[in-house]
Write a protein that binds this ligand. Structure first.
Ligand code: CS2
Length: 468
């Protein structure tokens, strides 16, 4: 790193970070001589550190489109630290005087927050641990608090901490989690963080399918010999709440990020049009044995359902950005979903439903119920999820459930009355929803419809009745 360079500290070096944020930092280095150097922290697994260390921290981002593939080499990654092995090295990075930005892609579950309220969950095992061992934390929130405490004690300025996860008002959520945990240790520290650090919210958008050995072999044949490569679509959108501008010296807009005073309309549109549709295709698709998003939107009954779902339930549920036309936004989404060169697995999207559905499905469902708008499609996605949790596709194949709440969810899905059982899980279905008769009836009807007739018949019936 050069003397004038900036240091970025990142938590969660998964594929999304490597295919979304690092290409932006790389572009700043390549075209603006930014001299950024990134230290990333992996909290749960050493495997990505080990693989990238062997490759000298270099890898390729491979864009896949109908035009073929295009690769960008990433060289701005300086290191990945596996936090459980070297917690003190992670904390020392907070004292680096060149540290200019902290970013996070730790997925919804990494925030140890209640899925509905977004408040830090004090009973989360990682938070219990971090309250009792503040100097040897295990969660990203715990590391942020411990690192910021060091800056505070050493008279260093606050930081810009940028959440890049798919959560509504993700900056506010992060700030609240960090300040809550800090307050549990020292109220003066919590006040310093609140006054000196900024937590801009952001909207991040790029489809990043998990890489398979077959993808690596195909890329090798095309001349990119890299076992650490990541894949992505051409689309890239990063909208950041413009408070970032005040203290962050790195100009992300020079590499394509946009700033907005109010990003809520953009977040709503992304979560409720893209991600809600993704979850619908993930559960309805995997239940009926459809392996990828591109295959799902090629099936006429799925595509017609999606069209109704967007038009009648999702788009009316929010106020989008002024300059966007939600209908053209959704037709552009359909083009992105159709990208045949992108094998985006329905099972990949189906993971962690307990953390994703509250914002994608349950929030618009509650808004539509309150405004007396249609909710059948939203209930159908929840019903498909509940069938999915019973771990079998319609053809009897076993589904592996990956979710931090897998145990209670599987128990609910296998109980005598799965609908009633899931309605009793307040971590997933808020009490204000679980008691609404219109919701209970529609959800039960959707669940029974899937049990009695299967996905294809139910989807055809929905689209026919809506068209008529
Ligand atoms: C997907 C997202 O896995 C999922 O839940 O819906 O990762 C989606 O691909 C991205 O948000 C696209 O920006």
């Amino acid at each position: 790193m050069t003397a004038c360079g900036h240091k970025i500290l990142h938590f969660g070096p998964g594929a999304f970070f490597r295919a979304f944020c690092l290409p932006v930092f790389q572009r700043l280095n390549d075209t603006h001589a930014a001299a950024l150097s990134v230290s990333a922290v992996s909290l749960k697994t050493p495997s990505i550190r080990d693989r990238l260390a062997a490759a000298g921290w270099r890898y390729h981002c491979v864009e896949q489109s109908e035009k073929g593939i295009r690769a960008q080499e990433i060289t701005c990654l300086h290191e990945i630290i596996f936090a459980p092995d070297e917690p003190e090295r992670v904390l020392a990075l907070f004292l680096n005087s060149d540290l200019s930005l902290v970013t996070l892609t730790i997925t919804e579950k990494g925030y140890c927050a209640h899925p509905h309220t977004g408040m830090l969950a004090p009973q989360h095992p990682d938070i219990i641990h971090d309250i009792s061992c503040p100097d040897r934390p295990v969660s990203a929130i715990g590391f942020l608090v411990a690192g910021l405490r060091l800056r505070w004690q050493n008279g260093l300025p606050g930081l810009t901490i940028l959440n890049c996860d798919n959560l509504s008002e993700n900056g506010k959520l992060l700030q609240s989690a960090v300040c809550t945990l800090a307050a549990a240790q020292d109220s003066a520290l919590a006040s310093w963080i609140d006054e000196s650090c900024i937590f801009p919210s952001s909207v991040v958008d790029r489809i990043v399918p998990a890489v398979t050995q077959e993808d690596i072999d195909t890329a090798r044949k095309a001349g990119i010999d890299d076992p650490c490569l990541v894949l992505h679509e051409p689309y890239h959108q990063w909208v950041i709440q413009d408070t970032l501008m005040h203290i962050c010296p790195i100009d992300l807009t020079a590499a394509g990020a946009e700033l907005a005073a109010d990003i809520i309309p953009c977040v709503m549109m992304k979560l409720r049009c893209l991600n809600a549709a993704h979850s619908a295709l993930a559960y309805l698709g995997s239940l009926s044995g459809i392996g990828t998003v591109a295959e799902a939107v090629r099936a006429p009954h799925m595509r017609e359902f999606l069209d109704c779902f967007w038009t009648q339930e999702l788009i009316p549920s929010f106020a989008g950005p002024e300059h966007y036309d939600p209908h053209s936004y959704c037709s552009a989404l359909l083009n992105r979903f159709e990208n045949p060169s992108l094998a985006h697995r329905t099972l990949q999207i189906a993971s962690d439903g307990s953390q994703k559905l509250p914002q994608r499905i349950i929030a618009p469902l509650m808004d539509n119920l309150a405004a007396d708008r249609p909710v059948f499609g939203l209930c159908l996605v929840l019903a498909a999820w509940l069938h999915f949790l019973a771990s079998r596709t319609e053809t009897g194949d076993v589904i592996e459930i990956s979710d931090p709440l897998a145990k209670p969810l599987r128990a609910a899905a296998h109980s005598v009355d799965p609908v009633k059982a899931v309605l009793g899980l307040s971590a997933i279905i808020p009490a204000a929803l679980a008691t609404q008769q219109r919701f209970i009836d529609t959800f039960s009807a959707a669940y029974d419809g899937l049990s009695d007739h299967g996905v294809a018949v139910v989807l055809r019936a929905v689209t026919q009745s809506r068209a008529g």
